[in-house]
Ligand binder design. Structure first.
Ligand SMILES: [Zn+2]
Length: 444
């Protein structure tokens, strides 16, 4: 009889054959001295927690105590969440990032990013996300802001809030939407600074031609981003908003006096978009940098039917979008620039947002850990290692996300045959750790 359900051993074979998973797991290291539970087992515990979509570290702690998970991940004995925390706080980020890069390179070689190319081009997007915030717990690398809120007596008070923010670069055109890299904002710096650091690093990690088009938020409509993209050979589509006042206003003025360059209707799901679109090849970017840039404007009326008190009524909403782009008009007509601009917007819904809502990214369990391994500093003093827990956990999550998405969307025949959801597959894999002891172990 053929299997109707995914097994953990077959998932493991997929990982080892396609991604050299076992070898990568063996390369993990942390700052502990001669630990019982290897860094590889710690990595695998968290990796499986994300693949199984366990809701919390407490849940992982319970699984490690009651199931065959410790055996499966090569641990000599059961262990608890304190071991996970202590290891992850001093985790070495380099092997994790090297693994993420290798996974993405293999995905590309395996044609995971070939589907839905835009005019033959590969598209990535950059976005920021806030990962956790707290009024009470903070660490050395926390960002701070003053926030007004009401106390229990209902009085307005102003308090310092601590938080972490990162920018991530993600492939967005294909069904497999893997993250290429992530960069954390340092105290006192803006998201644009972290984004420039991330983009400057990408060609070293992947080569400059890993993708062709980069989609950016309005915040990044700045000369340094245009220069960087030109240097690395990336084309850009950037949302244009009021923060680029001069360019925004001159585009709006120019288009107001012209008929649209294209008009069309787009139907998707139960929504109908009536679109009017304008395109110009050259408006000065800023006063300081008057190089001409292409601007596309889309005026959209979204019509949908709503049911109110049992009666169907049509309801319409107006939208306006503007984008700056370096794409040539002949190959990328304005409707294609619009489509690209909207896929960046989708990224906000399907990228980080998906990870935070469905992959439990927001648990701050390694945040502000005071119990951390020690190492010698330059003057020979024994000091605690810097807390790398949050970046380590995030990289493990991104690795799990890429490998699970590719398994689900491209590898599994059962998903296509039985139309299984991502959560259903996660449950099938999860159920294996409660079955009879597996005959093979994941890592060795
Ligand atoms: Zn912090």
């Amino acid at each position: 009889m053929k299997a109707h359900s995914h097994s953990l051993p077959s998932f493991c074979t997929y990982l080892n054959k396609g991604f050299d998973f076992r070898a990568h797991a063996q390369r993990m290291s942390d700052a502990r001295h001669d630990p019982d539970i290897s860094p590889s087992s710690v990595f695998l515990a968290l990796f499986h927690a994300f693949v199984f979509r366990l809701p919390s570290l407490q849940q992982l702690d319970a699984e490690l105590g009651h199931t065959f998970l410790p055996q499966w991940i090569g641990a000599q004995r059961a262990f608890r969440d304190d071991t996970l925390r202590y290891s992850l706080c001093g985790f070495d980020l380099q092997p994790l990032e090297a693994m993420l890069v290798d996974v993405n390179r293999r995905l590309k070689r395996g044609k995971a990013f070939d589907q839905d190319r835009v005019q033959g081009h590969l598209v990535a997007a950059l976005d920021g996300i806030e990962v956790l915030s707290s009024f009470s717990r903070c660490c050395d690398s926390c960002l701070e802001r003053r926030v007004e809120r009401k106390n229990q007596a209902g009085q307005k008070i102003c308090e310092t809030q601590y938080y972490h923010r990162a920018v991530g670069c993600q492939m967005v055109h294909s069904p497999v939407k893997s993250f290429l890299a992530v960069e954390w904002l340092r105290p006192g710096e803006g998201e644009d600074t972290a984004a420039l650091r991330l983009l400057s690093r990408l060609p070293d990690l992947y080569g400059s031609r890993f993708f062709d088009i980069l989609l950016l938020d309005a915040l990044y409509a700045q000369t340094p981003f245009l220069e960087l993209a030109r240097k690395f050979g990336w084309d850009l589509v950037i949302t244009l908003k009021q923060n680029n006042r001069d360019l925004y206003q001159s585009a709006v003025r120019l288009f107001a006096s012209r008929l649209p360059d294209a008009t069309f209707t787009e139907v998707c799901d139960h929504k109908t978009y009536r679109v009017q679109i304008w395109d110009t090849a050259g408006l000065p970017f800023t006063l300081d940098n008057p190089e001409p840039v292409r601007v596309v404007r889309s005026e959209e009326v979204l019509e949908r039917n709503r049911y109110r008190e049992g009666k169907r009524a049509s309801h319409s909403t107006d939208y306006e979008w503007l984008w700056i782009s370096t794409l040539p008009t002949k190959v990328f007509p304005p409707a294609t620039v619009r489509q690209l601009g909207h896929s960046r917007w989708k990224n906000e819904n399907n990228g980080w947002m998906d990870l935070t809502q469905h992959w439990a990214l927001k648990h701050g369990f390694v945040h502000a850990c005071r119990h951390r391994p020690k190492q010698l500093d330059a003057s020979g003093q024994r000091v605690q290692v810097p807390n790398r827990g949050l970046p380590a956990v995030t990289l493990i999550l991104l690795i799990a996300f890429a490998l699970s998405s590719n398994f689900l969307l491209r590898h599994s025949k059962l998903v296509r045959l039985y139309d299984l959801s991502a959560v259903a597959v996660a449950r099938q894999l999860y159920s294996w750790i409660s079955k009879a002891p597996p005959s093979i172990r994941a890592p060795d």
